[in-house]
Write a protein that binds this ligand. Structure first.
Ligand code: NCD
Length: 341
């Protein structure tokens, strides 16, 4: 059960919990009307100390579509942070008003800090260049829906792998599924942080390579995850200007890719995907936006404990599957085998 838990980084959810969220999201997609009042009377606070379009609005749309309500602010200047209030006091206050908090902050670790002062679950909607777990839920649900699986895939991560929090969270999550391979495509200045390589890739034994040119890698990929160069995290403008157009995906480059490639982007895009690519059936970044709202609906339901009916149903289905696979009279050895890994 996820009820009452915080979500700060992808590792906070087990593979089984992820599966349950994706199944719930799929059910909501099938029959949204059935879920349109399940969070009635509940309040979500969205506290955004950094700009956002999709993350904040998809959280709010998700809560409204579940019959709940939303409050919050879209920029720090509209809150008492502008008067010098500490994050701790803001969170303490908001947790008196809301049942759930989704927060974004430019400082790495801010959401984790928020959990210390909150009476209600905190969802990290992005903490600096660190993590963005609900974008990862979005990415995984999109991949699962389009590819039919989240394992055994070759994933190209392209662009700003240093500051891109969505990349860090996605790499961490996909490294947990068997058979995934990563191809990291970035300029030397924007390579993936060492801690992802040493604490995520190496211990999980995933295979990864590094290339500089997108043309070199694109033909081998199942998924191409494009990212924006994160202007706001640069220390000087000149470096940003020099690096911002390192990769531009256009129709010419798409010709080198497999017909089954799936192109993702957390958005917003700046120049890294030419608009001509949007009409290519392999471009999935706007479908990704839709999945983002549905998976957040599933997450909100789970953290608020409004998913009990679904969990019960899922339990019954699992029980039924077990009983049908293992007849009552089956030898004990077989029953044991089923439970073992
Ligand atoms: C991303 C973010 O904020 O990290 N956007 C998003 O949440 N969909 C990516 C970005 O800003 O480049």
């Amino acid at each position: 059960m996820l009820k009452g838990r915080h979500l700060i980084e992808p590792g906070n959810l087990s593979i089984e919990e992820l599966d349950n969220l994706f199944s719930l999201a799929a059910r909501i997609i099938d029959d949204p009307q059935r879920y349109s009042q399940v969070c009635r009377g509940k309040v979500l606070a969205t506290l955004f100390f950094e700009p956002s379009t999709r993350t904040r609005l998809s959280f709010e749309a998700a809560m409204l579509r579940l019959g709940g309500s939303c409050l919050g602010f879209a920029e720090p200047n509209a809150s008492s942070a502008a008067k010098g209030e500490s994050l701790a006091d803001t969170i303490r206050t908001v947790s008196c008003y809301a049942d759930l908090i989704a927060m974004r902050n430019p400082k790495e670790g801010a959401a984790l800090l928020g959990t210390r002062y909150s009476e209600v679950p905190v969802i990290n909607a992005g903490d600096g260049g660190h993590h963005h777990p609900t974008q990862t839920l979005t990415d995984l649900l999109t991949i699962k829906s389009i590819k039919g699986k989240i394992s055994g895939l070759t994933i190209g991560l392209c662009g700003d792998l240093k500051f891109g929090r969505t990349v860090h969270s996605l790499a961490k999550a996909m490294a947990r599924y068997p058979g995934n391979r990563f191809v990291m495509i970035s300029p030397p200045e924007l390579e993936i942080p060492d801690y992802i390589v040493s604490r995520v890739f190496k211990p999980s034994g995933v295979s990864y390579t590094q290339v500089r040119r997108l043309e070199e890698a694109i033909g081998d990929l199942d998924i191409l995850y494009m990212t924006r160069v994160q202007k706001e995290r640069f220390f000087n403008e000149q470096d940003y200007v020099r690096l911002k157009d390192s990769y531009i995906l256009d129709s010419q480059k798409m010709k080198l890719a497999s017909p089954d490639l799936c192109v993702l982007h957390p958005l917003p895009r700046v120049n890294e995907i030419a608009p001509e690519v949007d009409s290519d059936p392999r471009a999935a970044y706007f479908r990704q936006v839709t999945y983002g709202m549905y998976v957040r609906m599933a997450l909100i339901m789970a953290l608020l404990g409004c998913d009990t009916e679904f969990v019960e149903e899922l339990g019954l289905r699992k029980q039924a599957a077990q009983t049908s696979e293992i007849p009552a009279g089956a030898p004990v050895s077989l029953r044991r085998k089923r439970g073992s890994k």
